[in-house]
Design a protein around this ligand. Structure first.
Ligand SMILES: C[S@@+](CC[C@H](N)C(=O)[O-])C[C@H]1O[C@@H](n2cnc3c(N)ncnc32)[C@H](O)[C@@H]1O
Length: 183
């Protein structure tokens, strides 16, 4: 059963973890790759679903941790969090940079991207993996108006919706969207 993670996250406000959990249950992946852990909110949502699926699946979760100059978490705190929730068997934490990993990616059934997403990241990821399930933070028109998107003139995601063919699975702030891979 899903329990809302007690972890600071922009996903927490509207408990988008439940939407993440539901999508993982629906897609029944064996390998989930996550980029962007921060303090572990989404990692907990994904790993709870893998626990409940009981399909032998796991999530390999990557972050830059202290090598990221903006808001980040630590591998130690997330390791502790997973242990406290008895979810450590469903997660492998790794240091990794999306831009390097994408050159030599792991095999996966579902990719979750949450690294201060913008249209450039979405374009790169969607073009790198055709016919793959890609879940990503954002996708709504409102999310493109996030202050740092405006301040740093980041490319919006919403105008890519039709071209990339993504669906917003929960439009509550900050929203979460899915590109469905073709089976
Ligand atoms: C918005 S937070 C992730 C939030 C998290 N998914 C949650 O549920 O709360 C963004 C994270 O992405 C990480 N990050 C930023 N750029 C990255 C990159 N190129 N590769 C890997 N991780 C990155 C940061 O260190 C930060 O922890």
């Amino acid at each position: 059963m899903y329990q809302q993670p007690d972890v600071e996250s922009s996903y927490d406000k509207n408990d988008l973890g439940k939407s993440i959990y539901d999508i993982v249950i629906e897609l029944n992946p064996k390998v989930v790759i996550e980029f962007g852990i921060l303090h572990g909110y989404s990692t907990l949502a994904i790993s709870q679903a893998l626990r409940d699926l009981d399909n032998g699946g796991k999530v390999i979760a990557y972050d830059l941790f202290e090598n990221y100059k903006y808001r980040h978490g630590t591998m130690e705190e997330v390791t502790e969090l997973l242990k406290r929730n008895n979810l450590q068997d469903f997660v492998e934490l790794r240091y990794g940079n999306l831009y390097e990993w994408i050159e030599n990616p792991d095999e996966f059934d579902l990719l979750h991207i949450d690294i201060a997403n913008d249209g450039d990241i979405l374009k790169l990821v969607s073009e790198s993996f055709k016919n793959k399930n890609i879940l990503f933070e954002g996708g709504s028109k409102e999310r493109d108006k996030e202050w740092w998107m405006i301040k740093y003139d980041r490319k919006p995601m919403y105008p890519l919706m039709e071209k990339i063919n993504y669906e917003i699975i929960n439009s509550d702030w900050p929203s979460i969207s899915l590109i469905r891979g073709v089976k």
